[in-house]
Design a binder for this molecule. Sequence first.
Ligand code: IP8
Length: 266
Amino acid sequence: MSDAKPVILKIGGSAITDKTGELAAKTEIINRLAEEIKRADLDNLIIVHGGGSFGHPTAAKYGIKEGYKDDPTQKLGFAETHHVMTVLNGLVMDALIWHEVPAISIAPSSCFLTDNGKIKFFDETVLKQMQKMMFTPVLYGDAVLDDKLGFTVLSGDQLVAYLAIRYKAQKIVVGVDTDGLFDADPKTNPNAKPYKHLTLAELKQIQPKLGKATGTDVTGGMAGKIAELIPVVEQGIHVTVTGATKGLSIYRALTDQSVLGTEIEK
Ligand code: IP8
Protein backbone atom coordinates (compact mmCIF):
# COMPACT_ATOMS: atom_id res chain seq x y z
CA MET A 1 0.00 0.00 0.00
CA SER A 2 1.25 3.52 -0.75
CA ASP A 3 0.18 6.91 0.56
CA ALA A 4 3.27 8.68 -0.83
CA LYS A 5 2.74 11.87 -2.78
CA PRO A 6 2.59 11.02 -6.48
CA VAL A 7 5.02 11.92 -9.20
CA ILE A 8 3.07 12.92 -12.30
CA LEU A 9 4.46 12.27 -15.76
CA LYS A 10 2.89 14.04 -18.74
CA ILE A 11 3.85 12.58 -22.08
CA GLY A 12 3.12 15.12 -24.78
CA GLY A 13 1.15 13.99 -27.80
CA SER A 14 3.79 15.66 -29.97
CA ALA A 15 6.41 13.26 -28.59
CA ILE A 16 4.50 10.02 -29.15
CA THR A 17 2.73 10.85 -32.43
CA ASP A 18 3.56 12.60 -35.67
CA LYS A 19 1.42 15.74 -35.44
CA THR A 20 1.82 16.51 -39.13
CA GLY A 21 -0.05 13.29 -39.96
CA GLU A 22 -3.31 11.71 -38.77
CA LEU A 23 -3.44 8.72 -36.42
CA ALA A 24 0.34 8.42 -36.73
CA ALA A 25 1.90 6.90 -33.61
CA LYS A 26 5.64 6.84 -32.90
CA THR A 27 5.70 3.32 -31.52
CA GLU A 28 9.48 3.17 -31.06
CA ILE A 29 9.35 6.21 -28.80
CA ILE A 30 6.34 4.84 -26.91
CA ASN A 31 8.28 1.61 -26.32
CA ARG A 32 11.43 3.36 -25.18
CA LEU A 33 9.44 5.54 -22.78
CA ALA A 34 7.79 2.44 -21.30
CA GLU A 35 11.26 0.95 -20.77
CA GLU A 36 12.44 4.13 -19.02
CA ILE A 37 9.31 4.23 -16.83
CA LYS A 38 9.92 0.61 -15.81
CA ARG A 39 13.56 1.35 -15.07
CA ALA A 40 12.63 4.36 -12.88
CA ASP A 41 10.52 1.95 -10.80
CA LEU A 42 8.38 4.54 -8.96
CA ASP A 43 5.74 3.33 -6.50
CA ASN A 44 3.41 6.25 -6.87
CA LEU A 45 3.48 7.41 -10.46
CA ILE A 46 0.52 8.78 -12.39
CA ILE A 47 0.93 8.98 -16.17
CA VAL A 48 -1.08 11.32 -18.38
CA HIS A 49 -0.59 11.48 -22.15
CA GLY A 50 -1.75 13.91 -24.79
CA GLY A 51 -3.71 13.51 -27.98
CA GLY A 52 -1.26 14.34 -30.77
CA SER A 53 -2.38 13.27 -34.22
CA PHE A 54 -5.11 11.05 -32.71
CA GLY A 55 -7.35 13.36 -30.63
CA HIS A 56 -6.62 16.77 -32.11
CA PRO A 57 -7.53 16.37 -35.81
CA THR A 58 -10.80 14.56 -34.95
CA ALA A 59 -11.72 17.09 -32.25
CA ALA A 60 -10.98 19.95 -34.67
CA LYS A 61 -13.01 18.39 -37.50
CA TYR A 62 -16.18 18.26 -35.37
CA GLY A 63 -15.63 21.39 -33.23
CA ILE A 64 -15.66 19.31 -30.04
CA LYS A 65 -13.77 21.81 -27.87
CA GLU A 66 -16.25 24.62 -28.63
CA GLY A 67 -19.16 22.42 -27.48
CA TYR A 68 -22.37 20.93 -28.80
CA LYS A 69 -24.19 23.14 -31.34
CA ASP A 70 -27.30 20.97 -31.86
CA ASP A 71 -25.51 19.27 -34.74
CA PRO A 72 -26.05 15.49 -34.60
CA THR A 73 -22.84 14.81 -36.58
CA GLN A 74 -20.97 16.30 -33.62
CA LYS A 75 -22.22 13.52 -31.38
CA LEU A 76 -20.57 10.98 -33.61
CA GLY A 77 -17.51 13.26 -33.65
CA PHE A 78 -17.46 13.24 -29.84
CA ALA A 79 -17.65 9.44 -29.83
CA GLU A 80 -14.93 9.24 -32.50
CA THR A 81 -12.62 11.66 -30.65
CA HIS A 82 -12.91 9.63 -27.46
CA HIS A 83 -12.44 6.43 -29.44
CA VAL A 84 -9.25 7.51 -31.23
CA MET A 85 -7.85 8.54 -27.85
CA THR A 86 -8.53 5.04 -26.54
CA VAL A 87 -6.65 3.69 -29.59
CA LEU A 88 -3.56 5.81 -28.79
CA ASN A 89 -3.96 4.94 -25.12
CA GLY A 90 -4.07 1.26 -26.09
CA LEU A 91 -0.65 1.58 -27.75
CA VAL A 92 0.74 3.24 -24.62
CA MET A 93 -0.83 0.54 -22.41
CA ASP A 94 0.54 -2.24 -24.66
CA ALA A 95 4.07 -0.88 -24.29
CA LEU A 96 3.79 -0.33 -20.51
CA ILE A 97 2.42 -3.79 -19.82
CA TRP A 98 4.91 -5.41 -22.21
CA HIS A 99 7.62 -3.76 -20.07
CA GLU A 100 5.96 -5.11 -16.91
CA VAL A 101 4.65 -1.81 -15.56
CA PRO A 102 1.39 -2.57 -13.65
CA ALA A 103 -0.44 0.17 -15.53
CA ILE A 104 -4.22 0.57 -15.67
CA SER A 105 -6.01 2.95 -17.97
CA ILE A 106 -8.60 5.42 -16.63
CA ALA A 107 -10.83 7.08 -19.24
CA PRO A 108 -11.34 10.72 -18.19
CA SER A 109 -14.65 10.82 -20.09
CA SER A 110 -16.00 8.30 -17.54
CA CYS A 111 -14.98 10.06 -14.33
CA PHE A 112 -14.53 13.80 -15.07
CA LEU A 113 -17.11 16.49 -15.85
CA THR A 114 -16.16 20.04 -16.81
CA ASP A 115 -18.02 23.36 -16.61
CA ASN A 116 -17.17 25.69 -19.48
CA GLY A 117 -13.97 23.72 -20.07
CA LYS A 118 -12.75 23.61 -16.46
CA ILE A 119 -12.86 20.44 -14.34
CA LYS A 120 -15.89 20.59 -12.06
CA PHE A 121 -16.28 16.98 -10.89
CA PHE A 122 -13.98 14.00 -10.55
CA ASP A 123 -14.91 10.63 -9.12
CA GLU A 124 -11.61 9.65 -7.56
CA THR A 125 -12.70 6.40 -5.89
CA VAL A 126 -11.08 4.03 -8.35
CA LEU A 127 -7.91 6.09 -8.85
CA LYS A 128 -7.33 6.22 -5.07
CA GLN A 129 -7.77 2.48 -4.75
CA MET A 130 -5.30 1.94 -7.61
CA GLN A 131 -2.77 4.15 -5.86
CA LYS A 132 -3.19 2.30 -2.58
CA MET A 133 -2.44 -0.94 -4.38
CA MET A 134 0.50 0.67 -6.20
CA PHE A 135 -0.86 0.29 -9.68
CA THR A 136 0.19 2.97 -12.18
CA PRO A 137 -2.91 4.87 -13.35
CA VAL A 138 -2.73 6.15 -16.92
CA LEU A 139 -5.02 8.99 -18.03
CA TYR A 140 -5.12 11.00 -21.22
CA GLY A 141 -6.53 14.14 -22.80
CA ASP A 142 -10.09 13.23 -23.75
CA ALA A 143 -13.47 14.39 -25.06
CA VAL A 144 -15.59 14.90 -21.91
CA LEU A 145 -19.11 16.01 -21.03
CA ASP A 146 -19.46 19.64 -19.96
CA ASP A 147 -22.28 21.26 -17.93
CA LYS A 148 -22.39 24.45 -19.98
CA LEU A 149 -21.10 23.36 -23.40
CA GLY A 150 -22.62 19.88 -23.60
CA PHE A 151 -19.15 18.51 -24.24
CA THR A 152 -15.62 19.76 -24.76
CA VAL A 153 -11.96 18.66 -24.87
CA LEU A 154 -10.18 18.21 -21.55
CA SER A 155 -6.45 18.51 -22.14
CA GLY A 156 -3.93 16.21 -20.54
CA ASP A 157 -2.27 19.34 -19.15
CA GLN A 158 -5.39 20.42 -17.28
CA LEU A 159 -5.62 16.88 -15.90
CA VAL A 160 -1.98 17.00 -14.77
CA ALA A 161 -2.47 20.36 -13.04
CA TYR A 162 -5.68 19.22 -11.35
CA LEU A 163 -4.23 15.91 -10.11
CA ALA A 164 -0.97 17.56 -9.00
CA ILE A 165 -2.81 20.10 -6.85
CA ARG A 166 -5.42 17.64 -5.55
CA TYR A 167 -2.84 15.03 -4.53
CA LYS A 168 -0.02 17.47 -3.64
CA ALA A 169 2.36 15.92 -6.17
CA GLN A 170 6.05 15.57 -5.30
CA LYS A 171 6.86 16.88 -8.76
CA ILE A 172 5.74 16.91 -12.38
CA VAL A 173 7.80 15.75 -15.35
CA VAL A 174 6.60 16.95 -18.74
CA GLY A 175 8.02 15.10 -21.73
CA VAL A 176 7.85 17.07 -24.98
CA ASP A 177 9.41 16.84 -28.44
CA THR A 178 12.08 19.48 -27.71
CA ASP A 179 14.73 19.63 -24.96
CA GLY A 180 12.59 21.85 -22.72
CA LEU A 181 11.30 25.38 -23.30
CA PHE A 182 13.00 27.78 -25.72
CA ASP A 183 12.68 31.49 -26.52
CA ALA A 184 11.73 30.54 -30.12
CA ASP A 185 10.74 27.32 -31.87
CA PRO A 186 13.97 25.24 -31.93
CA LYS A 187 12.58 23.14 -34.79
CA THR A 188 12.45 26.09 -37.16
CA ASN A 189 14.90 28.55 -35.58
CA PRO A 190 18.51 27.38 -35.10
CA ASN A 191 19.18 30.42 -32.89
CA ALA A 192 16.46 29.49 -30.37
CA LYS A 193 17.88 29.62 -26.85
CA PRO A 194 16.83 27.12 -24.18
CA TYR A 195 15.54 28.20 -20.79
CA LYS A 196 17.42 26.04 -18.29
CA HIS A 197 15.73 27.41 -15.19
CA LEU A 198 12.60 29.50 -14.78
CA THR A 199 11.05 31.03 -11.68
CA LEU A 200 7.29 31.45 -11.47
CA ALA A 201 7.60 35.15 -12.31
CA GLU A 202 9.75 34.40 -15.36
CA LEU A 203 7.36 31.65 -16.48
CA LYS A 204 4.40 34.06 -16.34
CA GLN A 205 6.35 36.53 -18.43
CA ILE A 206 7.33 34.13 -21.21
CA GLN A 207 4.14 31.99 -21.25
CA PRO A 208 2.15 34.04 -23.80
CA LYS A 209 5.12 33.99 -26.20
CA LEU A 210 5.63 30.23 -26.12
CA GLY A 211 3.83 29.74 -29.38
CA LYS A 212 1.71 27.26 -31.21
CA ALA A 213 2.21 23.59 -31.87
CA THR A 214 3.10 22.01 -35.20
CA GLY A 215 -0.01 20.46 -36.78
CA THR A 216 -3.55 20.63 -35.38
CA ASP A 217 -3.82 21.39 -31.67
CA VAL A 218 -7.20 22.30 -30.17
CA THR A 219 -5.80 22.93 -26.68
CA GLY A 220 -3.46 25.82 -27.43
CA GLY A 221 0.04 24.49 -28.16
CA MET A 222 2.90 25.11 -25.75
CA ALA A 223 1.46 28.44 -24.50
CA GLY A 224 -1.84 26.76 -23.55
CA LYS A 225 -0.06 23.85 -21.94
CA ILE A 226 2.22 26.01 -19.82
CA ALA A 227 -0.72 28.27 -18.79
CA GLU A 228 -2.26 25.20 -17.11
CA LEU A 229 0.94 24.65 -15.13
CA ILE A 230 1.17 28.15 -13.62
CA PRO A 231 -1.22 27.38 -10.70
CA VAL A 232 0.78 24.22 -10.01
CA VAL A 233 4.07 26.11 -9.76
CA GLU A 234 2.24 28.66 -7.55
CA GLN A 235 1.60 25.77 -5.12
CA GLY A 236 5.34 25.14 -4.91
CA ILE A 237 5.33 21.99 -7.06
CA HIS A 238 8.51 21.54 -9.12
CA VAL A 239 8.07 21.04 -12.87
CA THR A 240 10.73 19.63 -15.22
CA VAL A 241 10.12 20.00 -18.96
CA THR A 242 12.40 17.74 -20.96
CA GLY A 243 12.69 15.85 -24.24
CA ALA A 244 10.71 12.61 -24.38
CA THR A 245 11.98 11.79 -27.84
CA LYS A 246 15.62 11.42 -26.75
CA GLY A 247 16.88 8.46 -24.76
CA LEU A 248 17.00 8.57 -20.96
CA SER A 249 15.74 12.14 -20.30
CA ILE A 250 12.47 10.85 -18.85
CA TYR A 251 14.22 8.17 -16.79
CA ARG A 252 16.68 10.73 -15.45
CA ALA A 253 13.98 13.30 -14.67
CA LEU A 254 11.82 10.70 -12.90
CA THR A 255 14.78 9.62 -10.76
CA ASP A 256 15.83 13.19 -9.80
CA GLN A 257 18.91 13.32 -12.00
CA SER A 258 19.89 16.37 -14.02
CA VAL A 259 18.49 16.53 -17.55
CA LEU A 260 18.70 18.66 -20.64
CA GLY A 261 15.54 20.74 -20.28
CA THR A 262 13.84 23.43 -18.22
CA GLU A 263 13.45 23.30 -14.43
CA ILE A 264 10.57 25.43 -13.20
CA GLU A 265 10.08 26.36 -9.57
CA LYS A 266 8.40 29.03 -7.49
O1 IP8 B 1 -2.93 16.78 -26.21
C1 IP8 B 1 -6.08 16.64 -26.00
O2 IP8 B 1 -5.10 16.40 -25.02
P1 IP8 B 1 -3.74 17.25 -25.04
C2 IP8 B 1 -6.94 15.41 -26.28
O3 IP8 B 1 -3.08 16.92 -23.73
C3 IP8 B 1 -7.88 15.57 -27.41
O4 IP8 B 1 -4.10 18.70 -25.16
C4 IP8 B 1 -9.05 14.73 -27.39
C5 IP8 B 1 -7.71 16.39 -28.41
